[in-house]
Design a protein. Structure first.
Length: 86
């Protein structure tokens, strides 16, 4: 039996700045490896584009709006994610 050590099935990955550039590329690689990716963007449009990309690529993930410089928002997002059944 062969095991693919690069697979991330049943894992959840949070990627900041996933709407473009290096963040988008990293999000794509993690999603293609089987991880459920939560990609953050600072705008609603950016978050929607992340979600659209996952749907278009038939990978698992979603985009959310998050300003990582706001610690209250970060703590709320972590709490919300813990309450979800991903």
């Amino acid at each position: 039996m062969s095991t693919d050590l690069n697979r991330l099935d049943n894992e959840i990955t949070l990627i900041t700045g996933a709407s473009r550039g290096i963040g988008a590329g990293i999000a794509k690689l993690f999603a293609e490896s089987g991880s459920y990716v939560i990609g953050t963007a600072t705008t609603k449009e950016g978050a929607e584009s992340i979600s659209h990309r996952f749907n278009q690529d038939s990978t698992k993930g979603e985009g959310i709006v998050l300003d990582v410089s706001n610690s209250e928002d970060v703590h709320k997002m972590i709490k919300d994610l813990k309450e979800r059944d991903l």
